[in-house]
Design a protein around this ligand. Structure first.
Ligand SMILES: O=C[C@H](O)[C@H](O)COP(=O)(O)O
Ligand SMILES: C=C(OP(=O)(O)O)C(=O)O
Ligand SMILES: [Mn+2]
Length: 451
């Protein structure tokens, strides 16, 4: 084996250009786009190939039924919230959920944030109208600004460079926290400190943390090295939506000669951009990262099989994840045929449930919201389908935050419609708050244990 240090050379993967690309920003005519992508092409990668390969191996274990995926974070990260407190709180809730799942199900949990790159949004309408004024829709801080002014809503390619910088800053802190001691399993109580008294979910977590303490003391007495639990593996992911950005950060790994998206470990294709003949599927077919595709209730098994042919022709476990977002009312009806046909084809896919995106509705106040009850019910339906077919319900993909926001209704702290206005902070979709996220983790843990 060569002892040379691997480097990531630059060589764009450009076959997608000229193909129909849905949901792309309408950049104003200027040289700003080529200046921004030029900057990005000259910039160091955010992640390297071997990390992506490791995540692919971890997802292969999920596909084989040996592990569970927890993927979560904001619907849309914002530049203003690249702060120590926000990043640490998002990591903390994911660590707490992972502990609940790992302990209750005795199964390794692969931890992936919707973080350090989740700055671009597909929208159902290209414009937004308020009081008779129509402006371009907000498409994420990587594209335009949230304030409802013509200036903010005009797409600005310089934001792509800020997106890279914000991702780098976030990733830097995540790497420090996950390897430097903050994520040490001996800190299970510390992660919960400011939370216990405030919520039933926090109290339930505290009881479990006590059990973990006793298990750790036992392991210590048996001579297990406590340093083994000092760091956690944590990966990043985002929707690979803006192809100018992703292409500019694509690098060829000099060890393997293969191209990798280096903006995050795992990228996914959204429900609105998974056209088989479209630019996104083409671009994703060329990169070597583990990738995912969102599948909503209109997908057919034929389309799913065609996506597998295009995106995972070698049928490599861990390469392709299907993130199912059918809705609580449709998952039991629509998912079985899909899983059956894919399984019969011989493909070993990682199946993940996104119980958020098909359960969104407008509250009487106009806020976009989701009922925790529907979220839990979709997850339950997802597990039921897999149990009936003998396949593995591989994971959950959730929009959440560690802050005590009021964006989704329900949960053990009972957020009602009237509460939504008090702390609605999402720039796009409603997220589960800390207590609702733990409620979900306890439910999933119970279902995993029942298997
Ligand atoms: O995750 C994001 C949303 O689901 C997507 O942007 C669509 O939202 P919209 O219907 O408000 O445009
Ligand atoms: C837009 C999203 O999801 P979907 O593509 O499933 O609608 C999202 O994950 O924020
Ligand atoms: Mn969303």
């Amino acid at each position: 084996m060569s002892t040379a240090t691997p480097t990531l050379c630059e060589r764009p993967v450009d076959t997608w250009r000229g193909m129909p690309a849905a949901q792309q920003p309408q950049w104003p005519e200027s040289r700003a786009l080529s200046a921004a992508t030029g900057d990005l092409r000259r910039s160091p990668p955010l992640v390297i190939a071997s990390e992506c390969d490791l995540l692919r191996q971890r997802l292969a274990a999920v596909a084989r039924g040996e592990a569970f995926l927890l993927q979560g974070g904001d619907c849309a990260e914002t530049f203003d919230t690249v702060t120590t407190a926000t990043i640490r709180t998002k990591l903390t809730i994911l660590l707490q959920m992972a502990v609940v799942l790992t302990y209750a199900a005795s199964m390794p949990v692969v931890k992936v944030g919707r973080i350090a790159g989740q700055y671009a949004k597909p929208r159902s309408k290209p414009t937004e109208t308020r009081s008779g004024i129509t402006l371009p829709a907000y498409r994420g801080d990587g594209v335009n600004g949230l304030p409802f002014t013509a200036l903010a809503r005009t797409p600005d390619p310089r934001r792509l460079v800020r997106m890279y910088q914000a991702s780098a800053i976030t990733l830097n802190l995540l790497r420090a926290l996950t390897t430097g001691g903050y994520a040490d399993l001996h800190k299970v109580h510390a992660w919960n400190q400011d939370f216990v008294a405030a919520s039933p979910a926090g109290k339930r977590y505290e009881t479990l943390a006590g059990e973990i303490d006793r298990a750790l003391a036992f392991m210590n007495a048996c001579g297990v090295d406590p340093r083994e639990l000092h760091r956690v593996e944590f990966f990043t992911s985002h929707e690979g939506l803006v192809l100018d950005y992703e292409a500019a950060l694509t690098r060829v790994d000099s060890w393997t000669g293969l191209p990798y998206a280096t903006s995050g470990h795992l990228l996914w294709i959204g429900e609105r951009t998974r056209d088989l003949d479209g630019a996104h599927v083409e671009y994703f077919s060329r990169i070597r990262n583990p990738i995912a595709v969102k599948l909503g209730p209109t997908v057919t098994a034929d389309t799913a099989l065609a996506l597998i042919d295009k995106l995972d022709p070698a049928r490599e476990p861990g390469r392709l994840t299907f993130i199912i977002r059918m809705g609580a009312d449709l998952v039991r009806e629509k998912l079985p045929d899909l899983v059956r046909r894919v399984t019969d084809s011989g493909a070993l896919i990682t199946w993940v449930c996104d119980p958020m995106h098909a359960n969104t509705f407008a509250a009487p106040s106009g806020h976009k919201t989701r009922r925790l009850g529907a979220v839990l019910d979709e997850v339950r339906g997802f597990f039921e389908v897999h149990r009936a077919l003998g396949t593995h319900p591989g994971g959950i993909h959730v929009e959440l935050t560690g802050d005590d926001v009021t964006e989704c209704v329900g949960g053990s702290t009972e957020i009602a419609f009237d509460d939504l206005g008090s702390r609605y902070e999402s720039a796009c979709d409603p997220r589960l708050n800390r207590s609702q996220s733990l409620d979900l983790a306890f439910l999933v843990a119970e279902m995993l244990r029942e298997r």
